[in-house]
Design a protein around this ligand. Structure first.
Ligand code: NDP
Length: 466
């Protein structure tokens, strides 16, 4: 009794993997799960690690099995389950005992819980990498009081992914800062996945490529500057065969994407912050649209499909690769710019270079490009990534391909919501004089809202009434 260095509640997909990871790294851990049979089977299946794991059947026994001052990780669904667990645990804990919510909490909830905790130790940590990451090294984004993070950082560093030996586990700031960074990570993930699926659509419908040829293309791209976990798994998904029918897996999966809401939270928050993240917004909209299957089928009946097949000479695979490069840079530029906005708005000093570093391994958006992003942000964290020399060079080399791909897709009736909004962002961000002067004129015309004159005079009104 009282031997475990840490406790964990919630032995679902992520909690079970994380508990094994903690034990594997030499820490004794106590575990408790709402359904006791799960705790028992988890312990039975833990193999050599079982002797580092104390399975418990009541919360009282669980708390007693952990060394004081205690640290307890919650790995339960975000929302009410977290509040219920905190309410059940607190009466059993001492004033120094630390609760760590490691689920995908909305950062506003983490802010509230941190405030409700007052002086009682509380952390909210975002964990990315899915089951495999949780078991063998996730990327961890921490939020709460720095002193509380420091109490458990040796464990979190040990279990996290490593980039050239450096742990991908970092304290991001007070209260919900860690969960906020995780939400933006997920927003970028949505956009990255959407852009890859759009390029897949061009290969399938525009160029008429087979699934094995698409898989081969992604595999080749994974050897170059697009090297990333998402490209790697896209190649594997495209190559897989359905054991039920023998057909390519991609051909038997319904084209309606699920979501747990973290991308949506990012978009909602971006609107509150007035942070422009159009590629991420487009990706969330695309998922919503994908689920309207009946309406899409009715639309196809009514309007017919566009002649989606493209003549081969209109688009090369090299142009597609370049377009994806440009889209990816633009989507990350939007995500980091939003983090920078939030840092100012919420009074957090969010460490942008470290955020890029913490995403280099372990998480779903890990990619070769993040190393250069970390360097660019270390050089100047305030500057939009697309203006950093390395990425300016990439965009100068690739935006022509992005334009060509978007234009060809439009001509052939292929929807590219994320790539085309990435292109619109690029063009807007390099236009010193845009068109909002017309909007200001309209607003002043119907609402006398006033405008700023180009001579610098403010609160001006136009001659509309005369
Ligand atoms: P699972 O559904 O696999 O497991 C949920 C766990 O929480 C189970 O142990 C379940 O216990 C327990 N639980 C559910 N409701 C309650 C409750 N009201 N009170 C106490 N315990 C409860 O979920 P995951 O492991 O996938 O996810 C856990 C958290 O991690 C979520 O916040 C999720 O968003 C986040 N996450 C998930 C990722 C993933 O790839 N799956 C990636 C990153 C984060 P019981 O056995 O009794 O049902």
């Amino acid at each position: 009794m009282s031997n475990a260095e840490i406790g964990l509640i919630g032995l679902g997909t992520m909690g079970a993997a994380m508990a094994l990871n903690i034990a594997d790294n030499g820490f004794d851990i106590a575990v408790w799960n709402r359904t006791t049979s799960t705790t028992q089977s988890f312990h039975k299946d833990a193999g050599d690690l079982a002797n580092r794991i104390s399975p418990t059947e009541t919360l009282k026994d669980f708390v007693a099995a952990i060394k004081a001052p205690r640290a307890i990780i919650l790995m339960v669904p975000a929302g009410e389950a977290v509040d219920e667990q905190i309410a059940a645990l607190r009466p059993l804990l001492g004033a120094d005992d630390l609760i760590i919510d490691a689920g995908n909490a909305n950062f506003h909830d983490t802010n509230r819980r941190a405030r409700d905790a007052g002086d009682l130790p509380y952390l909210g940590i975002g964990v990315s990498g899915g089951e495999e990451g949780a078991r063998f090294g996730p990327s961890i984004m921490g939020g709460g009081k720095r002193a509380h993070w420091d109490r458990v950082s040796h464990i979190l560093h040990a279990i996290s992914a490593k980039h050239k030996g450096q742990p991908c586990a970092t304290w991001m700031g007070e209260e919900g800062a860690g969960h906020f960074v995780k939400a933006v990570h997920n927003g970028i993930e949505y956009a990255d996945m959407q852009m890859i699926s759009e390029v897949y659509g061009i290969m399938r419908d525009g160029l008429g490529m087979t699934n094995p040829a698409i898989a081969e293309t992604f595999t080749a791209w994974d050897q170059g500057p697009l090297k990333s976990y998402l490209i790697e798994i896209s190649a594997k998904v495209a190559a897989a065969t359905d054991p039920k029918t023998g057909a390519p897996m991609l051909d038997v999966i319904v084209d309606a994407a699920g979501q747990k809401g973290t991308g949506r939270w990012t978009v909602i928050e971006a609107q509150h912050l007035a942070a422009p993240i159009p590629a991420i917004e487009a990706a969330v909209v695309a998922r919503n649209l994908s689920s309207q299957r009946a309406a899409r089928a009715a639309g196809e009946d009514l309007f017919g499909t566009a002649p989606r097949h493209m003549p081969h000479e209109s688009l090369t695979l090299a142009a597609l690769e370049s377009a994806l490069m440009a889209g990816k840079v633009l989507c990350y530029a939007q995500g980091f710019s939003m983090i920078s906005n939030a840092s100012d708005d919420f009074g957090w000093a969010l460490p942008l270079p470290e955020i890029a570093e913490v995403w280099r391994e372990g998480c779903i958006i890990r990619s070769a490009m993040l190393d250069d992003m970390a360097t660019a942000l270390r050089d100047d964290a305030e500057r939009n990534l697309m203006m950093a020399p390395k990425f300016t060079t990439i965009l100068k080399e690739t935006h022509g391909s992005l334009r060509q791909v978007v234009a060809q897709a439009a001509l052939h009736g292929l929807a590219l919501p994320a790539l085309s909004s990435g292109l619109a962002y690029f063009d807007a961000m390099r236009t010193a004089r845009g068109t909002a002067n017309m909007i200001q004129g309209q607003r002043d015309f119907f609402g006398a809202h006033g405008f700023e004159h180009i001579d610098g005079a403010t609160d001006q009104n136009g001659p509309w009434g005369s």
